[in-house]
Design a protein around this ligand. Structure first.
Ligand code: ADP
Ligand code: MG
Length: 606
């Protein structure tokens, strides 16, 4: 220690020796350690006591030759600055240092040893390495990203990755030349810049989101969506961001939206009751479904379990079906079910279900409901009208059978009258009554017999009187009187007589049936002012037709009568149509009904 006591003389030097973070080692010419500072102790992990007097050996084997050369040079007075190399620690690990070697001289200038100063640069190296890595990582990311990446400042693009350039149809170099304004629709840059300022500066958000319509090199538009953040580039603020081409996404969205809209419209206007079910809960009910259930509107049904509207006897089956259909794209067959309506009634229905992939973003089940009530009723009615037509045919046969004995009866009555004295009055009555029976039977036959339409000119009053005489008996039984008011001139019309008779029978029968306690039927006929048509009205004083029936009149099987067919008015209006006429029904419930028929005379057509 005495050898280098002079180094330590100054407090100043001592302070540096003790506090400098660099490691300092002093060796003699034999390369034995004379001293190390605390920095060296910290750097290598040895204690000073362990090192002094020992040979200096902190070099990994593979660098020994390099070290030898360096020390030789130092011993010859050549100083070595900032040589980067590895040194060994006590624990065997290596530390990367920047090494400076200088010769140690005595007062006379003779070299007596070497001083080594080591600065730990492993952190710096690590940082440099990671910087390099990060940089290459980022540039790699940006270059290979499947999104546009840019740095923009002022009106220029400072950096654009190849993807962005390709998106715009420019080369990378061109991209850096082009004015930012030209990269989007006019006015958009100003809007985006203002938005960026507001979000980044005022609201202090880190990112700012934008949507622009980019303008490609060839002038075609491209929908872009992106994020951007504020960075400092070369001391000035710049925007770093990414953009994505969303043209396809937009188109997809639009076509999805379009098709969703279309489906919703289709569902809305489908002429069948339809409900959409999500997890057993009704999420949509169209108008007809609302009507079928008898709900006030759809909001009453939406949100409720479908089972609220299903007869409990059918609910398990329905749930099975719904649970199955949600896992397949196939629709179910129409399956019979019973629904509970709001008025407490149950109705027979058939239901078919299919899953729908995207109803407001959800997978739901669409169920079509078919109301079987009407069908069941019309099946019943068909059977009934079939029965009626069979009875009609039978009646025609029976009528035929009656006519022969009638002819005999009439002949013998006349014979008896000619032979008997007095009482001829009674024979006249009998003959008249027999004539009436004959007339009615004949009418019956012609009406019941199927026939092709046969047009001819007929007098309307004859037709009406024939009908009245058929219905008279029934009218008298019901205490109904039939009054006819014909204007002076009695029109003849070109018509199918039997068909018109059928019309009047239907209408007058309805009128009689409407007055169970009796009353009057008034039939009037008059020329229209144009003298080309005539107007016939048949008015009763009955109970009238309820509004809901009047609206449906003309449809088959609409009847309020237990034994009704609901066919009479439908057939009548068809017949009048065939005569190019009009039939109009007006009714005041409780006061009576008026049927008005307008028929063209059609005399020319004869
Ligand atoms: P049906 O007489 O077999 O019921 P219609 O077609 O002749 O069939 O009549 C249909 C329905 O119209 C009747 O059930 C009845 O409710 C109503 N209706 C028809 N005419 C009258 C009337 N003159 N007065 C009251 N209701 C009537
Ligand atoms: Mg009728």
């Amino acid at each position: 220690m005495d050898k280098h006591g002079h180094i330590m003389k100054h407090n100043f030097m001592e302070s540096i020796w003790n506090n400098i973070p660099d490691g300092i080692v002093v060796i003699d010419l034999d390369e034995n350690i004379l001293d190390v500072n605390p920095g060296f102790e910290a750097l290598h992990g040895w204690k000073r006591e362990e090192l002094i007097g020992r040979p200096c050996c902190f070099t990994p084997v593979h660098l020994l030759e390099e070290r030898r050369l360096m020390i030789e040079k130092a011993k010859h007075g050549e100083s070595l600055q900032c040589q980067e190399t590895f040194k060994l620690r006590k624990d065997g690990t290596m530390v990367y240092v920047s090494l400076t070697l200088t010769a140690l001289r005595d007062e006379n200038g003779n070299i007596i040893g070497v001083v080594g100063i080591e600065r730990d640069i492993s952190d710096r190296i690590k940082m440099e390495a990671s910087l390099f890595e990060a940089e290459s990582l980022y540039s790699h990311l940006a270059d290979s990203a499947l999104a546009g990446v840019f740095v923009g400042q002022g009106n220029r693009i400072l950096y654009a990755n190849p993807y962005l350039a390709a998106l715009y149809g420019y080369t990378n170099e061109e991209m850096l030349q082009v004015d930012l304004k030209k990269l989007m629709l006019p006015g958009e840059l100003e809007v985006v810049t203002r938005d960026a300022q507001v979000t980044l500066m005022d609201q202090k958000q880190i990112y700012f989101h934008f949507n622009i319509t980019g303008v490609k090199k060839d002038g075609s538009p491209v929908h872009l969506e992106g994020n951007s953040c504020l960075i400092s580039f070369q001391g000035k603020p710049a925007l770093l961001g990414t953009v994505q081409d969303i043209t396809i996404k937009k188109e997809k969205e639009r076509s999805l939206r379009d098709s969703a809209n279309m489906y919703q419209r289709i569902i809305k206007f489908l002429p069948e009751p339809i409900v959409l079910i999500d997890n057993g809960e009704i999420v949509y009910a169209n108008k007809l479904a609302v009507k079928l259930i008898g709900a006030a509107d759809d909001s009453e049904m939406v949100g409720r379990p479908i089972l609220d509207y299903v007869d409990p006897a059918y609910s398990d089956d329905l749930m099975d079906v719904l649970n199955k259909v949600i896992h397949t794209d196939d629709p179910t067959n129409f399956i019979e079910n019973k629904l509970l309506c709001n008025d407490g009634q149950t109705i027979d229905v058939e239901m078919s279900s299919i899953r729908i992939h995207n109803y407001r973003g959800k997978m739901v089940i669409l169920t079509v409901i078919r109301d079987l009530t009407d069908r069941k009723r019309s099946e019943e009615m068909l059977v009934r009208s079939e029965k009626l037509s069979v009875i009609g045919q039978l009646a025609a046969g029976v009528a035929h059978e009656i006519r022969n004995p009638l002819t005999a009866l009439k002949g013998f009555t006349q014979l008896l009258k000619s032979k008997a004295e007095g009482n001829s009055f009674y024979y006249d009555i009998m003959t008249n009554e027999l004539d009436r029976i004959n007339f009615i039977v004949n009418e019956f036959m012609t009406l019941a017999k199927p026939h092709f339409s046969k047009f001819s000119t007929r007098r309307l009053d004859h037709i009406l009187h024939a009908v009245i005489s058929i219905l008279e008996t029934q009218a008298i039984l019901m205490n109904v009187s039939i009054r006819t008011e014909f204007e002076n001139c009695i029109p003849s019309i070109y018509c199918d007589e039997n068909q018109l008779k059928q019309v009047f029978i239907n209408i007058i029968k309805n009128a009689i049936e409407a007055m169970p306690l009796g009353g009057q039927i008034t039939i009037t006929a008059a020329m229209e002012p144009d003298h080309e048509r005539m107007r016939l009205t048949i008015r009763d004083e009955g109970m009238g037709i309820p509004d809901e029936i009047i609206r449906q009149i003309g449809q088959p099987f609409i009847t309020t009568k237990e034994k009704g067919t609901g066919l009479g008015l439908m057939i009548s209006s068809r017949i009048i149509e065939q005569h190019q006429g009009l039939m109009n029904i007006s009714s005041v419930p409780g006061e009576g009904t008026t049927i008005e028929i307008i028929l063209p005379l059609n005399t020319e057509e004869q």
